[in-house]
Design a protein around this ligand. Structure first.
Ligand code: IVH
Length: 670
């Protein structure tokens, strides 16, 4: 070992840091996930082997340390102030006037940034190494959440490009979550039967309070830095932002240096109009006097500085009348009630439709046809009906009854116990057919090139496809297809080849392709790993299904119901006959039914037991241990520094087990 190992570790760390930065801060990754994982695995391997070379700023330290009982309290070196708010142009002009009165006759520049709707965080770096991450708390002292903070990949554990780092540096910023990540996370939680969060901000706050950092590591937290102080802080806020970037922090990409308060107003108005174009929520803009020296002179009153102000966005509501409620049928039969409105202008567009989400939402609002309602354009682009103006209710308005039938195929609607949505359960419903087939053929599912939306639409309209199994009969129609508009010999052949190839897609993709409600790609994979074969899944009970990690009662019930439906079973039978994959080989562990009659060879050093102990263990479970590898050997157990026996095992194609696999094997047999 010695210097060459140290050198390799240091090089690995630098490479991984660079890739973390490219991926999480610049969003421009330059290597694949596999390559990245390989580097990380090698680093973990070396640090496990040489624990004395582990350091707190190593990229391996992000995965999350030991759970804590409670967070220690820390006092902020300087209080974490909050900001005064301005809601109107008048209030902003007042702020500007107060600033100029105090600074008198000097040039004032304002730096404008977005106001991220998240949770404030203070980070302390000692000689360039992250030593503390703290919440704002009451502004004077907060919680030491360093362990949690380390899991956020866009926060450098060590400052970038700082050959000669400052002895002390404090960075403040906001932890937030992108809306799309929030939605995905919430949906996963809902389906796993866990509590959901009301909005991205709450979910960030909840996450940072978790006492198990490994759970925090799984949440998609983002960070943006907006404040820097320390031994060598620059003279202007704009330079602080540049310095923060050089240190490897993300900063507000939309920040703008303004030379007059009118430019600030423009910036404010602009982002009020364009906030929905951002992937995250903002609730205003923040305006800061750019010169730190001027900031110093302005000082603070009570809880907020005189040199900065938050300009909030007005809530965006519009009032209009509800004409009717229609039902939309989604790709997998989900029914969404939609309000048809008297068109109204709101936030730059005219709105004539808004979502009513579901039956409970309608009931809770008690919204009735011909009511006057408030429309809100929230974080998401789809407007919603947010309130009813009951004082204006026409006397004739009656409570809304949710229709019992699918508006497209007239099948009865079904609302599963504990769920908020109704579904049209007819998988042959024309509203679903095209969507179901497109999903079946899509990239993450059966991956049939040539069966995209447009072609599916054409083939369904021409009655070539009535369900997914019909895809595998298309070869019987080769001649007819060749004569269709937009097709031809070559294209048809390509499609038929792609269909043939899709038969090799692994079982979990087939299961996902079926489009069972709530069964996404990862749920499908888990189910397949657990049950291995379709027959077992078809007959599984809710209890058996919920025993699988990540599967809550909603998913389980949806699966059971899917297979209770006779036409779904027929569909699967046809697909099975067509040659699709409906099983996998059971994983290797389940093969270890007994060690009796098996011959083992040990090589290298095991960490958890001596070779003799391992030998006795194997023998006590009925196995035999020999000293040299031959074709009669069943397993070679490989410890660290394994020698020639490993090479021989590989040459003979004998199964090798590392220590963990070996331990798993014996624990199966105890
Ligand atoms: S500067 C003393 N800049 O808004 C000034 N704050 O209501 C420190 N916030 O506690 C704050 N985005 O959590 C600043 N670009 C930004 C911000 C921002 C969001 C939050 C921050 C602060 C709160 C004040």
């Amino acid at each position: 070992m010695g210097t060459s190992i140290e050198k390799e570790i240091e090089e690995l760390r630098n490479t991984i840091r660079e890739h973390d930065y490219r991926y999480y801060v610049l969003a421009e990754p330059t290597i694949s996930d596999e390559e990245y994982d390989k580097l990380m695995r090698r680093l973990i391997e070396l640090e496990t082997k040489y624990p004395h070379l582990r350091t707190p700023d190593s990229p391996t330290q992000r995965v999350g340390g030991q759970p804590l009982k409670e967070f220690p309290t820390v006092t902020h070196r300087t209080p974490m102030l909050s900001l005064a708010n301005a809601y109107t142009e008048e209030e902003l002009l007042d702020f500007d006037r107060r600033v100029r009165d105090n600074i008198a006759s000097e040039q004032i520049q304002y730096m404008c940034e977005l106001k991220y709707d998240g949770v404030a965080l203070s980070l302390t770096y000692d000689h360039g190494i992250l030593v503390l991450g703290a919440t704002r708390g009451d502004g004077i002292s907060g919680d030491d959440i360093t362990q949690n903070v380390k899991t956020i990949h866009s926060i450098p554990l060590r400052l970038r490009a700082a050959i000669n780092p400052p002895t002390y540096l404090e960075v403040r910023g906001e932890v937030y979550m992108n809306r799309a990540d929030f939605e995905t996370m919430n949906e996963e939680r809902r389906l796993a039967g866990e509590k959901t969060f009301a909005n991205p901000r709450n979910s960030v706050a909840g996450t940072l309070k978790l006492q198990d950092p490994s759970l925090v590591a799984q949440r998609p937290l983002q960070f943006v830095a907006y404040y820097l102080r320390g031994d060598r802080a620059p003279l202007h806020h704009s330079e602080c932002l540049k310095q923060l970037e050089a240190y490897g922090f993300p900063t507000c990409k939309q920040s703008k240096l303004c030379h007059s308060i009118h430019e600030v107003i423009e910036y404010w108005k602009y982002w009020e109009q364009h906030r929905n174009d951002l992937p995250f929520d903002i609730d205003g803009i923040v305006v800061k006097v750019n010169s730190l020296e001027q900031q110093e002179r302005l000082g603070a009153i009570a809880k907020s500085p005189r040199w900065a102000i938050a300009c909030k966005f007005a809530a965006r509501h519009a009032e209009t009348q509800l004409r009717s409620i229609i039902l939309q049928v989604g790709r997998l039969g989900t029914i969404t009630p939609v309000a048809v409105l008297e068109p109204v202008y709101l936030g730059g567009t005219t709105i004539s439709r808004a979502t009513l989400h579901n039956e409970d939402y309608i009931r809770n609002l008690d919204v009735r046809i011909s009511d006057f309602v408030l429309i809100e354009k929230g974080g998401d682009v789809i407007p919603k009906v947010s309130a009813v103006i009951k004082e204006k209710r026409p006397p004739s308005a009656v409570p809304y009854q949710f229709p019992p039938m699918c508006p497209v195929c007239n099948a009865p609607l079904y609302r599963p116990k504990g769920e908020i949505n109704y579904y049209c359960e007819n998988s042959n419903c024309p509203a679903q057919l095209k969507g179901r087939i497109t999903h079946f053929a899509s990239r993450g599912a059966m991956d049939i090139e040539g069966l995209g939306e447009a072609n599916v639409e054409q083939l369904v309209d021409l009655h070539y496809l009535h369900n997914c199994a019909d895809i595998y009969d298309l070869h019987q129609k080769q001649r007819e297809l060749e004569s269709l508009e937009r097709w031809g010999k070559k294209k048809v052949q390509n499609l038929l080849d792609a269909i043939e190839r899709s038969k090799q897609q692994p079982f979990h993709r087939v299961l996902y392709a079926l489009g069972i409600r709530h069964v996404g790609a990862s749920v499908a994979q888990r189910i397949v790993e657990k049950f291995c074969i379709i027959d077992k899944i078809q007959n599984a009970t809710v209890e058996e299904l919920t025993a699988v990690q990540g599967i809550g009662p909603e998913i389980a019930e949806s699966i059971v119901r899917y297979f209770q439906n006779a036409s779904n079973r027929t569909l699967i039978e046809r697909l099975r006959k067509a040659g699709l994959q409906f099983e996998i080989q059971p994983p290797i562990e389940t093969k270890y039914t007994t060690l009796a009659g098996k011959t083992f060879v040990l090589t290298g050093t095991l960490a958890s037991m001596t070779r003799d102990e391992a030998k006795r263990k194997i023998e006590s479970l009925g196995g035999r241990v020999t000293s040299s590898v031959s074709k009669n050997t069943d397993y070679v157990i490989v410890g660290t520094d394994a020698g020639a026996k490993l090479d021989k095992a590989r040459a003979l194609g004998i199964t090798t087990l590392d220590e963990n696999q070996f331990l798993a094997m014996i624990s199966h047999n105890e």
